[in-house]
Design a protein around this ligand. Structure first.
Ligand code: ADP
Length: 670
């Protein structure tokens, strides 16, 4: 009995095993795998047949083939290139951002003009019947078709107009297919050529391939093969058009709309959208997968997302590419370079797949907070589109038109009649957020909505939805988180206000200096980077060498230490733009003249006292407005940047452009 059972089980296993493999075989046949994948799968299937089905290798092999087969080798969505529609979608979902919207519409316009929809084929054959047949078949497929009776005539036509594809017979009188191929390659190298050959001339067909023909079709022509060949060439051209467009990189502070406009682009094009953040990526294998020799090997995130989406042409957002590489095994720049380089990404090799997958149809968009951090070769590949922080007025408008309606909707309050007064919105912006973008603002609006939903439901007798004004905001959100008042109003000796530019946008800082008995040392604290430390030394040396001009005792450093501190001490800081701010803190300290705290400074100081231009003017002005500064001092050399900005950015601020440090001192010190 036992023996009988065992043999039945063995039989079942064999049946099961072959069922697995035959299911897989039919899936493989349906998948129309490209050459390299088909060969790998065939090899792998052969190996599986000889492998014990209970062994781990069998399962690994099975999973691998299933994974390969399930990839969207041919799956893609048709682009919607309707410019009017795209513009309407971008406008409806985002306020402002004119330059970004314009660039995206230009991109779509170029793609439309490239005539992707118009695939023009020239059929060349000296036999009229063969010519007419091909013309008929291709027209039925929807292609635009022209014909020529011989090579010379074909060449004339190529000179007159462009063709995407030439289907030519090999043996023709006067000029044969090979001669035509050679001439067309010179005249119109972007035109693809497919050679039609008799069985007797297969070796010349191989010759044609060597000379640059895209493919050859043996006679008699198999219609399925003809259709597949033409459609593959068309698809390839489509993707080539895509790849020639540059990779966009949206750069700017968090919460300024980079991700959400990426989503809108996908919606406008009717493509699928995916976003991955590279900030947490610690290992090259995260992106590119593990080799199958590793236990538990998996494909990387790029290929996994493509598989999940089931199309090979999504809009793929690589978020925070400037954060990759810190603590990264392998070479981050090279993986990104490969993914983003159109020349290479059509043959992207994931370590798990171990065969090329064509990523050239993917529209990659990257985002970064600070593009300057990117390695030069990578930056070179990207077209950077800057995103800026918003003014208080812009934030108010975006809140009223986009964020509040969305949050009301998401909290089931759309029909409750809840409204926000203008004062309430300003209150949330000023007292509960301190940012260049809109993330906290949206979060705080969501908090108000959440608390309100509860209030409405718990109110006895179903109270009417209230109008949300500034005092209700405080009741719901608690005491103000940030005090909005002119930056540390008043005057202080040895303390000045500076403006810096960080990945979060512009920020206001204080510089504190103090003098004490000691041994001739400059002490610097506040997690200052090398450049900032050197700026402090430069400022000190400049003042020592010009002590008399500032009315400072030339021996002030004798028997003393000087300490410069920049709070918040735990946040690393660097850059040269605090040079004049530190110099003013020192002059104030050494002369005893109090410094105005509502004057915010930014400028690099050289040892000879020149003031060099600084970056991030726009973001710094926004930070000055947010923190209530009254006067902002920038280098004269930044005049163009300042004058190029709209009046709203200077609203409420006196902007002074300084040529030398003496004029700065007059403005800042009493
Ligand atoms: P980022 O990717 O730059 O960090 P997000 O795209 O996540 O920023 O934007 C944060 C929030 O602010 C989102 O809800 C987004 O819709 C909204 N937002 C940002 N900019 C705008 C704008 N110009 N118009 C409307 N909403 C915006």
């Amino acid at each position: 009995m036992a023996l009988f059972r065992k043999s039945t089980k063995a039989q079942e296993e064999t049946v099961e095993e072959s069922q697995d493999l035959s299911d897989l075989r039919s899936a493989v046949a349906k998948a129309r795998l490209p050459e390299a994948a088909a060969q790998t799968v065939a090899r792998e299937l052969e190996r599986l047949e000889k492998t014990d089905s209970s062994s781990p290798e069998y399962t690994i092999g099975l999973n691998y083939i299933e994974y390969l087969v399930s990839l969207p080798w041919h799956g893609f969505t048709e682009d919607n290139l309707d410019l009017g529609r795209a513009e309407a979608i971008l406008e409806a979902q985002h306020f402002g951002l004119g330059h970004v919207k314009e660039r995206i519409l230009e991109y779509l316009a170029v793609r439309t003009l490239c005539g992707l929809g118009d695939f023009h084929i020239l059929v060349v054959d000296d036999e009229p019947i063969a010519r007419a047949n091909l013309e008929y078949i291709l027209r039925k497929e929807g292609y635009r078709v022209s014909t020529a009776g011989n090579g010379a005539e074909a060449l004339e036509r190529v000179k007159e107009e462009g063709f995407e594809l030439i289907l030519t017979d090999l043996k023709m009188e006067k000029m044969d297919g090979i001669q035509l191929l050679e001439s067309v390659k010179q005249l119109a190298p972007q035109t693809d050529i497919v050679m039609i050959t008799g069985y007797a001339t297969v070796s010349s067909a191989v010759d044609a391939l060597k000379k640059g023909a895209a493919h050859y079709l043996p006679k008699p022509i198999d219609l399925e093969e003809l259709r597949a060949t033409v459609s593959q060439i068309r698809e390839k051209k489509r993707f080539m058009q895509m790849t020639r467009s540059p990779i966009l990189c949206f750069s700017g502070p968090p919460g300024t709309g980079k991700t959400s406009i990426g989503r809108s682009i996908a919606e406008a094009l009717e493509r699928k959208f995916v976003r991955i953040s590279l900030a947490g990526v610690r290992d090259e294998a995260d992106l590119r997968g593990h080799r199958r020799t590793y236990v538990g090997a998996m494909a990387g995130r790029i290929i996994n997302e493509i598989k999940r989406l089931e199309v090979k042409n999504p809009v793929f957002m690589l978020d925070e590419i400037d954060k990759i590489g810190q603590d990264f095994r392998g070479d981050p720049a090279s993986v990104l370079l490969e993914i983003l380089d159109p020349e290479q990404n059509s043959r992207f090799i994931d370590h798990y797949l171990d065969i090329p997958f064509d990523l050239s149809g993917v529209m990659f968009i990257s985002t970064a907070n600070v593009v300057e951090r990117l390695p030069a070769p990578l930056l070179d590949r990207l077209e950077t589109i800057p995103f800026h922080g918003y003014t208080e007025r812009e934030k108010g408008r975006i809140a009223r038109s986009y964020l509040i309606p969305r949050q009301l909707r998401e909290h089931g309050l759309t029909h409750s009649g809840v409204t926000f007064t203008e004062g309430a919105v300003t209150r949330i912006i000023r007292d509960y957020t301190l940012e260049a973008g809109l993330r906290s603002l949206e979060r705080e609006i969501a908090r108000v909505c959440r608390k309100l939903a509860r209030l409405i439901l718990q109110a006895p007798g179903g109270k009417d939805a209230p109008e949300i004004d500034s005092s209700l905001v405080e009741r719901l959100l608690g005491p103000p988180r940030y005090r909005y008042e002119p930056a540390g109003s008043g005057r202080q000796v040895g303390v000045t206000t500076g403006l810096v530019w960080t990945e979060f946008g512009g920020e206001i800082i204080s510089v504190e200096a103090s003098l004490m008995k000691g041994s001739h040392q400059l002490i610097l604290t506040g997690s200052l980077g090398t450049v900032l430390q050197e700026s402090a030394q430069t400022a000190l040396s400049f003042i020592r060498s010009h002590a008399e001009e500032f009315g400072v005792d030339p021996d002030f450093f004798q028997g003393h230490d000087i300490h410069i501190h920049i709070p918040a001490g735990a946040v690393p800081k660097d850059g040269p733009s605090a040079g004049i701010t530190m110099a003013m803190a020192l002059v104030s300290l050494l002369t005893g003249r109090p410094a105005r705290r509502d004057v915010a400074l930014s400028g690099e100081l050289t040892l000879s006292g020149r003031i060099l231009p600084v970056g991030g003017i726009r973001e710094k002005l926004l930070a000055a407005q947010r923190s209530g500064a009254r006067t902002v001092i920038f280098p004269e050399a930044n005049r163009i940047d300042v004058e190029g900005l709209g009046d709203d950015l200077r609203e409420g601020l006196e902007v002074v452009l300084a040529c030398d440090i003496a004029s700065v001192a007059d403005r800042v010190l009493a």
